[in-house]
Design a protein around this ligand. Structure first.
Ligand code: SME
Length: 162
């Protein structure tokens, strides 16, 4: 992929298919983890204009803030805490339509209303999470979940582990 992102119009599904194909060639051409995570954040933000897009990476007993796009965010999250720490502990995607209804949600910004967190898994080991926040309630659905998992599980695979 060149540094130019091609944004197609059409359904959200069409947009994810186009974005993921571009991201796949982008990460195939680059082995550096941080460079790839940074470009994935930038591409997701530019494509869908999400409020906040970022990665947290597992370091010892915490998730530590990695590459992101959006307002400043909290830097460390313990396992099992908030939406991100729960995704890490349970090794599963968390789709939260209303963050105020999620017990223990960590509010980095009061403007965030809904959220999706996908674990970065390799052979049952979580090495980080992708966190996306929206200013709208109920902004993520099964289409987001399917394609963002595809991104995290297939495109950001073993060779990208820290
Ligand atoms: N809301 C997250 C914390 C990270 S920020 O949203 C960027 C959580 O509850 O884990």
């Amino acid at each position: 992929m060149s540094e130019q992102l091609i944004i197609v119009s059409g359904s959200k599904e069409d947009q994810y298919i186009s974005l993921l194909s571009q991201l796949k060639s982008l990460v195939e051409d680059e082995t550096d983890l941080i460079a790839n995570l940074a470009n994935v954040c930038a591409a997701l933000k530019e494509y869908f204009n999400f409020f906040w897009v970022g990665f947290y990476l597992v370091k010892k007993d915490s998730l530590v803030l990695g590459p992101f796009q959006g307002p400043l965010a909290c830097t460390r999250i313990k396992k099992g805490k908030g939406v991100c720490g729960t995704s890490w502990a349970e090794k599963k995607t968390m789709l939260v339509p209303d963050v105020d209804q999620f017990p223990g949600h960590i509010a980095c910004s009061s403007l965030s209303r809904s959220e999706i967190v996908i674990p970065l898994l390799h052979e049952d080991y979580v090495w980080g999470v992708l966190d996306i926040d929206s200013k709208e309630l109920n902004d993520f659905d099964e289409i987001d979940l399917y394609y963002l998992e595809e991104l995290c599980h297939t495109i950001l695979s073993k060779k990208h582990m820290p």
